[in-house]
Design a binder for this molecule. Structure first.
Ligand code: SAH
Length: 357
Protein backbone atom coordinates (compact mmCIF):
# COMPACT_ATOMS: atom_id res chain seq x y z
CA UNK A 1 0.00 0.00 0.00
CA UNK A 2 1.28 3.49 -0.85
CA UNK A 3 2.11 5.97 1.92
CA UNK A 4 -0.81 8.14 0.83
CA UNK A 5 -3.27 5.22 0.88
CA UNK A 6 -2.09 4.35 4.41
CA UNK A 7 -2.49 7.99 5.48
CA UNK A 8 -6.03 8.14 4.04
CA UNK A 9 -7.00 4.84 5.71
CA UNK A 10 -5.77 6.21 9.02
CA UNK A 11 -7.68 9.47 8.51
CA UNK A 12 -10.91 7.62 7.65
CA UNK A 13 -10.61 5.14 10.52
CA UNK A 14 -10.18 8.04 12.97
CA UNK A 15 -12.67 10.59 11.58
CA UNK A 16 -15.06 8.65 9.36
CA UNK A 17 -15.56 8.64 5.57
CA UNK A 18 -14.23 11.49 3.40
CA UNK A 19 -16.25 13.56 0.97
CA UNK A 20 -15.27 13.02 -2.67
CA UNK A 21 -13.74 16.52 -2.62
CA UNK A 22 -11.62 15.71 0.43
CA UNK A 23 -10.47 12.46 -1.17
CA UNK A 24 -9.66 14.18 -4.48
CA UNK A 25 -7.82 17.05 -2.77
CA UNK A 26 -5.60 14.56 -0.91
CA UNK A 27 -5.08 12.27 -3.90
CA UNK A 28 -3.96 15.15 -6.15
CA UNK A 29 -2.59 17.74 -3.77
CA UNK A 30 -1.30 16.12 -0.58
CA UNK A 31 1.88 18.18 -0.09
CA UNK A 32 4.15 15.13 0.11
CA UNK A 33 2.40 12.31 -1.71
CA UNK A 34 -0.25 13.93 -3.93
CA UNK A 35 -0.34 12.94 -7.59
CA UNK A 36 0.93 16.29 -8.93
CA UNK A 37 3.56 16.75 -6.25
CA UNK A 38 6.17 14.23 -7.25
CA UNK A 39 5.97 13.65 -10.98
CA UNK A 40 5.61 15.10 -14.46
CA UNK A 41 2.31 13.51 -15.50
CA UNK A 42 2.21 14.97 -19.02
CA UNK A 43 3.21 13.59 -22.39
CA UNK A 44 3.60 10.22 -24.05
CA UNK A 45 5.71 8.76 -21.25
CA UNK A 46 3.34 10.14 -18.62
CA UNK A 47 -0.35 9.64 -17.97
CA UNK A 48 -2.13 12.09 -20.27
CA UNK A 49 -1.54 14.61 -23.08
CA UNK A 50 -2.99 18.12 -23.10
CA UNK A 51 -3.61 20.46 -26.04
CA UNK A 52 -0.31 22.41 -25.75
CA UNK A 53 1.53 19.07 -25.68
CA UNK A 54 -0.28 17.98 -28.86
CA UNK A 55 0.96 20.94 -30.90
CA UNK A 56 2.76 24.27 -30.60
CA UNK A 57 -0.14 25.77 -32.59
CA UNK A 58 -2.32 25.77 -29.47
CA UNK A 59 -0.03 27.94 -27.35
CA UNK A 60 0.87 30.15 -30.31
CA UNK A 61 -2.76 31.00 -31.02
CA UNK A 62 -3.36 31.71 -27.33
CA UNK A 63 -0.30 33.97 -27.27
CA UNK A 64 -1.63 35.99 -30.21
CA UNK A 65 -5.01 36.11 -28.47
CA UNK A 66 -3.34 37.56 -25.36
CA UNK A 67 -1.47 40.17 -27.40
CA UNK A 68 -4.76 41.15 -29.05
CA UNK A 69 -6.51 41.50 -25.68
CA UNK A 70 -3.57 43.57 -24.43
CA UNK A 71 -3.87 45.90 -27.43
CA UNK A 72 -7.64 46.10 -26.82
CA UNK A 73 -6.85 47.46 -23.34
CA UNK A 74 -4.63 50.15 -24.88
CA UNK A 75 -1.33 48.28 -24.52
CA UNK A 76 -0.72 48.91 -20.78
CA UNK A 77 2.79 48.54 -19.35
CA UNK A 78 3.05 46.64 -17.08
CA UNK A 79 0.43 43.94 -17.69
CA UNK A 80 0.11 40.88 -15.47
CA UNK A 81 0.07 37.63 -17.42
CA UNK A 82 -1.11 34.83 -15.16
CA UNK A 83 -1.32 31.13 -15.94
CA UNK A 84 -3.15 28.74 -13.64
CA UNK A 85 -1.61 25.25 -13.58
CA UNK A 86 0.98 25.70 -16.35
CA UNK A 87 2.02 22.01 -16.49
CA UNK A 88 5.35 21.84 -18.34
CA UNK A 89 5.21 25.51 -19.34
CA UNK A 90 4.77 24.50 -22.97
CA UNK A 91 1.68 26.62 -23.56
CA UNK A 92 3.32 29.72 -22.09
CA UNK A 93 6.62 29.22 -23.96
CA UNK A 94 4.75 28.88 -27.28
CA UNK A 95 2.47 31.82 -26.42
CA UNK A 96 5.32 34.20 -25.53
CA UNK A 97 7.30 33.23 -28.63
CA UNK A 98 4.32 33.89 -30.90
CA UNK A 99 3.47 37.17 -29.14
CA UNK A 100 6.93 38.59 -29.84
CA UNK A 101 5.38 39.99 -33.02
CA UNK A 102 3.29 42.45 -30.98
CA UNK A 103 5.60 45.45 -30.33
CA UNK A 104 6.02 46.17 -26.62
CA UNK A 105 3.95 43.25 -25.32
CA UNK A 106 6.75 40.98 -24.10
CA UNK A 107 8.54 43.85 -22.34
CA UNK A 108 5.30 44.82 -20.59
CA UNK A 109 4.50 41.29 -19.36
CA UNK A 110 4.87 40.48 -15.65
CA UNK A 111 4.59 36.68 -15.67
CA UNK A 112 2.88 34.90 -12.78
CA UNK A 113 2.59 31.12 -12.66
CA UNK A 114 0.16 29.59 -10.16
CA UNK A 115 1.52 26.12 -9.51
CA UNK A 116 1.66 23.91 -6.42
CA UNK A 117 3.90 21.14 -7.77
CA UNK A 118 7.65 21.59 -7.15
CA UNK A 119 8.45 19.11 -9.93
CA UNK A 120 6.41 21.05 -12.50
CA UNK A 121 7.76 24.40 -11.25
CA UNK A 122 11.27 23.18 -12.09
CA UNK A 123 10.17 22.16 -15.60
CA UNK A 124 8.38 25.52 -16.07
CA UNK A 125 11.61 27.31 -15.07
CA UNK A 126 13.38 25.60 -17.95
CA UNK A 127 10.59 26.52 -20.40
CA UNK A 128 10.00 30.19 -19.53
CA UNK A 129 12.70 31.11 -16.99
CA UNK A 130 14.03 33.82 -19.32
CA UNK A 131 10.77 35.76 -18.79
CA UNK A 132 11.45 36.07 -15.03
CA UNK A 133 8.28 34.33 -13.84
CA UNK A 134 7.06 34.62 -10.26
CA UNK A 135 5.59 31.38 -8.89
CA UNK A 136 2.60 31.44 -6.59
CA UNK A 137 0.71 28.72 -4.75
CA UNK A 138 -2.64 30.33 -5.11
CA UNK A 139 -4.53 32.87 -7.21
CA UNK A 140 -5.07 34.97 -4.08
CA UNK A 141 -1.30 35.63 -4.03
CA UNK A 142 -1.31 37.26 -7.49
CA UNK A 143 -0.91 41.04 -7.11
CA UNK A 144 -4.03 42.24 -8.91
CA UNK A 145 -5.04 45.85 -9.31
CA UNK A 146 -3.51 46.50 -12.72
CA UNK A 147 -4.41 45.16 -16.16
CA UNK A 148 -4.38 41.39 -16.17
CA UNK A 149 -4.60 38.47 -18.60
CA UNK A 150 -5.26 34.98 -17.23
CA UNK A 151 -4.92 31.61 -18.99
CA UNK A 152 -6.15 28.32 -17.55
CA UNK A 153 -5.98 25.17 -19.69
CA UNK A 154 -7.08 21.91 -18.05
CA UNK A 155 -6.84 23.51 -14.62
CA UNK A 156 -10.44 23.60 -13.36
CA UNK A 157 -10.94 19.87 -14.06
CA UNK A 158 -8.33 19.11 -11.38
CA UNK A 159 -10.19 21.05 -8.68
CA UNK A 160 -12.05 18.85 -6.18
CA UNK A 161 -15.77 18.09 -6.62
CA UNK A 162 -18.40 16.97 -4.12
CA UNK A 163 -20.92 14.42 -5.35
CA UNK A 164 -24.53 13.99 -4.25
CA UNK A 165 -27.01 11.20 -4.95
CA UNK A 166 -30.72 11.97 -5.25
CA UNK A 167 -32.96 9.94 -2.93
CA UNK A 168 -36.69 10.39 -2.28
CA UNK A 169 -35.91 12.50 0.81
CA UNK A 170 -33.25 14.73 -0.78
CA UNK A 171 -29.60 14.79 -1.88
CA UNK A 172 -27.23 12.49 0.03
CA UNK A 173 -23.50 13.14 -0.19
CA UNK A 174 -21.34 10.39 -1.71
CA UNK A 175 -18.42 9.48 0.53
CA UNK A 176 -15.26 7.40 0.43
CA UNK A 177 -14.94 4.77 3.15
CA UNK A 178 -12.61 1.82 3.76
CA UNK A 179 -13.14 -1.92 3.97
CA UNK A 180 -10.57 -4.63 4.68
CA UNK A 181 -9.04 -4.40 1.17
CA UNK A 182 -9.18 -0.78 0.15
CA UNK A 183 -11.42 2.22 -0.49
CA UNK A 184 -15.14 1.85 -1.18
CA UNK A 185 -18.02 4.16 -2.08
CA UNK A 186 -20.68 4.87 0.46
CA UNK A 187 -23.45 7.45 0.84
CA UNK A 188 -24.32 9.61 3.85
CA UNK A 189 -27.39 8.18 5.60
CA UNK A 190 -28.95 11.61 6.05
CA UNK A 191 -29.67 14.07 3.23
CA UNK A 192 -27.53 17.22 3.11
CA UNK A 193 -29.42 20.27 4.28
CA UNK A 194 -29.49 22.95 1.59
CA UNK A 195 -27.14 21.07 -0.81
CA UNK A 196 -25.23 23.33 -3.26
CA UNK A 197 -26.84 21.70 -6.33
CA UNK A 198 -27.32 23.98 -9.39
CA UNK A 199 -31.02 24.82 -9.72
CA UNK A 200 -31.54 23.31 -13.22
CA UNK A 201 -30.74 19.83 -11.87
CA UNK A 202 -32.13 20.09 -8.34
CA UNK A 203 -35.33 18.21 -9.24
CA UNK A 204 -33.65 15.31 -11.04
CA UNK A 205 -35.00 11.75 -10.75
CA UNK A 206 -34.03 9.55 -7.79
CA UNK A 207 -30.70 7.83 -8.32
CA UNK A 208 -29.20 10.83 -10.18
CA UNK A 209 -25.71 11.99 -9.24
CA UNK A 210 -24.90 15.69 -9.17
CA UNK A 211 -21.41 17.18 -8.90
CA UNK A 212 -20.39 20.55 -7.54
CA UNK A 213 -16.96 22.08 -7.12
CA UNK A 214 -16.91 24.61 -4.28
CA UNK A 215 -13.22 25.30 -5.00
CA UNK A 216 -14.00 26.17 -8.64
CA UNK A 217 -16.83 28.45 -7.55
CA UNK A 218 -14.57 30.22 -5.06
CA UNK A 219 -11.84 30.65 -7.66
CA UNK A 220 -14.05 32.02 -10.44
CA UNK A 221 -15.71 34.33 -7.94
CA UNK A 222 -12.32 35.75 -6.97
CA UNK A 223 -11.16 35.98 -10.58
CA UNK A 224 -14.34 37.71 -11.75
CA UNK A 225 -14.30 40.17 -8.84
CA UNK A 226 -10.75 41.14 -9.74
CA UNK A 227 -11.68 41.60 -13.40
CA UNK A 228 -14.49 43.90 -12.32
CA UNK A 229 -12.09 45.93 -10.16
CA UNK A 230 -9.34 46.22 -12.82
CA UNK A 231 -9.27 45.70 -16.59
CA UNK A 232 -8.55 42.25 -17.90
CA UNK A 233 -9.59 38.99 -19.47
CA UNK A 234 -9.42 35.35 -18.40
CA UNK A 235 -9.52 32.46 -20.86
CA UNK A 236 -10.62 29.12 -19.45
CA UNK A 237 -10.29 26.00 -21.63
CA UNK A 238 -11.29 22.63 -20.30
CA UNK A 239 -13.50 19.61 -20.86
CA UNK A 240 -16.99 19.81 -19.54
CA UNK A 241 -20.55 20.80 -20.26
CA UNK A 242 -22.14 24.11 -21.24
CA UNK A 243 -25.31 23.45 -19.24
CA UNK A 244 -25.47 21.94 -15.75
CA UNK A 245 -26.33 18.24 -16.00
CA UNK A 246 -26.45 15.23 -13.71
CA UNK A 247 -23.96 12.37 -14.05
CA UNK A 248 -20.84 10.96 -12.44
CA UNK A 249 -17.91 12.36 -14.43
CA UNK A 250 -15.17 11.56 -11.93
CA UNK A 251 -12.39 9.76 -13.77
CA UNK A 252 -8.90 8.53 -13.07
CA UNK A 253 -6.22 8.13 -15.73
CA UNK A 254 -2.83 6.47 -15.57
CA UNK A 255 -0.59 5.61 -18.50
CA UNK A 256 -3.25 6.90 -20.94
CA UNK A 257 -5.85 4.40 -19.61
CA UNK A 258 -8.87 4.80 -17.38
CA UNK A 259 -8.55 3.51 -13.83
CA UNK A 260 -10.77 3.16 -10.79
CA UNK A 261 -10.50 6.53 -8.95
CA UNK A 262 -10.41 4.66 -5.62
CA UNK A 263 -7.76 2.11 -6.60
CA UNK A 264 -4.47 3.98 -6.22
CA UNK A 265 -4.84 7.43 -4.66
CA UNK A 266 -1.82 9.59 -5.50
CA UNK A 267 -0.84 7.40 -8.46
CA UNK A 268 -3.57 8.38 -10.94
CA UNK A 269 -4.80 11.71 -12.33
CA UNK A 270 -8.31 12.25 -10.99
CA UNK A 271 -10.50 14.84 -12.73
CA UNK A 272 -14.14 15.77 -13.19
CA UNK A 273 -15.90 17.61 -16.00
CA UNK A 274 -16.16 21.36 -15.61
CA UNK A 275 -19.66 22.84 -15.25
CA UNK A 276 -19.24 25.96 -17.42
CA UNK A 277 -22.81 27.08 -16.64
CA UNK A 278 -21.94 27.40 -12.96
CA UNK A 279 -18.67 29.23 -13.69
CA UNK A 280 -20.53 31.63 -16.01
CA UNK A 281 -23.33 32.36 -13.55
CA UNK A 282 -20.92 32.99 -10.66
CA UNK A 283 -18.83 35.35 -12.83
CA UNK A 284 -21.89 37.22 -14.10
CA UNK A 285 -23.32 37.55 -10.60
CA UNK A 286 -20.14 39.40 -9.63
CA UNK A 287 -20.54 41.77 -12.59
CA UNK A 288 -18.02 40.34 -15.07
CA UNK A 289 -18.87 39.70 -18.73
CA UNK A 290 -18.84 36.09 -19.98
CA UNK A 291 -18.26 34.99 -23.58
CA UNK A 292 -18.93 31.40 -24.65
CA UNK A 293 -18.37 28.65 -23.89
CA UNK A 294 -17.74 27.55 -27.46
CA UNK A 295 -16.22 24.27 -28.61
CA UNK A 296 -12.42 24.26 -28.71
CA UNK A 297 -12.60 23.30 -32.39
CA UNK A 298 -14.62 26.34 -33.35
CA UNK A 299 -12.51 28.56 -31.11
CA UNK A 300 -9.20 27.48 -32.67
CA UNK A 301 -10.56 27.53 -36.23
CA UNK A 302 -11.84 31.09 -35.70
CA UNK A 303 -8.44 32.12 -34.34
CA UNK A 304 -6.85 30.80 -37.53
CA UNK A 305 -5.39 27.37 -36.74
CA UNK A 306 -5.81 26.55 -40.46
CA UNK A 307 -3.54 29.42 -41.51
CA UNK A 308 -1.03 28.55 -38.77
CA UNK A 309 -1.00 24.90 -39.85
CA UNK A 310 -0.34 25.92 -43.48
CA UNK A 311 2.47 28.26 -42.42
CA UNK A 312 4.13 25.51 -40.39
CA UNK A 313 3.66 22.97 -43.18
CA UNK A 314 5.28 25.35 -45.70
CA UNK A 315 8.65 24.93 -43.97
CA UNK A 316 8.20 21.30 -42.89
CA UNK A 317 9.15 17.96 -44.40
CA UNK A 318 6.46 15.55 -45.62
CA UNK A 319 6.39 13.52 -42.39
CA UNK A 320 6.02 16.67 -40.31
CA UNK A 321 3.29 17.96 -42.62
CA UNK A 322 1.27 14.83 -41.89
CA UNK A 323 1.85 15.34 -38.14
CA UNK A 324 0.74 18.98 -38.30
CA UNK A 325 -2.49 18.03 -40.06
CA UNK A 326 -3.12 15.24 -37.54
CA UNK A 327 -2.52 17.61 -34.61
CA UNK A 328 -4.95 20.15 -36.04
CA UNK A 329 -7.61 17.42 -36.38
CA UNK A 330 -6.97 16.17 -32.86
CA UNK A 331 -7.40 19.67 -31.42
CA UNK A 332 -10.44 20.63 -33.48
CA UNK A 333 -12.45 17.57 -34.65
CA UNK A 334 -15.73 17.06 -32.83
CA UNK A 335 -14.85 13.40 -32.23
CA UNK A 336 -11.49 14.35 -30.68
CA UNK A 337 -10.91 17.49 -28.57
CA UNK A 338 -12.98 19.92 -30.63
CA UNK A 339 -16.32 19.71 -28.92
CA UNK A 340 -16.04 18.19 -25.41
CA UNK A 341 -13.28 20.74 -24.76
CA UNK A 342 -14.65 24.26 -24.55
CA UNK A 343 -13.32 27.79 -24.31
CA UNK A 344 -14.92 30.49 -22.18
CA UNK A 345 -13.73 34.05 -21.58
CA UNK A 346 -14.46 36.12 -18.50
CA UNK A 347 -13.72 39.82 -18.94
CA UNK A 348 -14.07 43.19 -17.32
CA UNK A 349 -17.40 44.73 -18.31
CA UNK A 350 -17.16 46.85 -21.45
CA UNK A 351 -14.00 45.32 -22.91
CA UNK A 352 -15.81 43.90 -25.93
CA UNK A 353 -16.04 40.40 -27.33
CA UNK A 354 -12.67 38.63 -27.53
CA UNK A 355 -11.64 36.90 -30.79
CA UNK A 356 -12.96 33.35 -31.13
CA UNK A 357 -16.39 34.00 -29.56
N1 SAH B 1 -2.14 23.60 -18.24
C1 SAH B 1 -1.21 22.51 -18.46
C2 SAH B 1 -1.27 21.44 -17.37
C3 SAH B 1 -2.59 20.84 -17.03
S1 SAH B 1 -2.45 19.66 -15.71
C4 SAH B 1 -1.42 21.92 -19.83
O1 SAH B 1 -2.40 22.25 -20.47
O2 SAH B 1 -0.59 21.12 -20.27
C5 SAH B 1 -2.97 20.60 -14.30
C6 SAH B 1 -1.98 21.61 -13.80
O3 SAH B 1 -2.54 22.29 -12.67
C7 SAH B 1 -0.66 21.06 -13.30
O4 SAH B 1 0.35 22.01 -13.58
C8 SAH B 1 -0.91 20.92 -11.79
O5 SAH B 1 0.25 20.80 -11.04
C9 SAH B 1 -1.68 22.18 -11.53
N2 SAH B 1 -2.56 22.17 -10.36
C10 SAH B 1 -3.49 21.24 -10.05
N3 SAH B 1 -4.17 21.60 -8.93
C11 SAH B 1 -3.67 22.80 -8.55
C12 SAH B 1 -3.97 23.70 -7.49
N4 SAH B 1 -4.93 23.44 -6.61
N5 SAH B 1 -3.27 24.86 -7.41
C13 SAH B 1 -2.30 25.15 -8.33
N6 SAH B 1 -1.98 24.33 -9.35
C14 SAH B 1 -2.65 23.17 -9.47
Amino acid sequence: MSVLAAHLRQRISENGPLTVAEYMAEALGNPEHGYYMHRDPLGRAGDFITAPEVSQMFGELLGLWCADRWQAMGGPDPVNLVELGPGRGTLMADALRAAEGAPGFIDAVRLHLVETSPVLRAIQERAVGSHAPVWLDDLTDVPFGGPTLVLANEFFDALPVRQFEKWADGWHERLVDIDSDGFVWTVASQPTEDPPIPSPVRNSPDGSIAEVSPTSRGLINLLAARLVAAPGTALIIDYGHSESAVGDTLQAVKGHRYHDPLAEPGETDITAHVDFAVLASVAEAVGAAVHGPVGQGMFLETLGIGIRAEALAASAGSEQTVEIAAARRRLTDAGAMGSLFKAMAVTSPGLGTPPGF
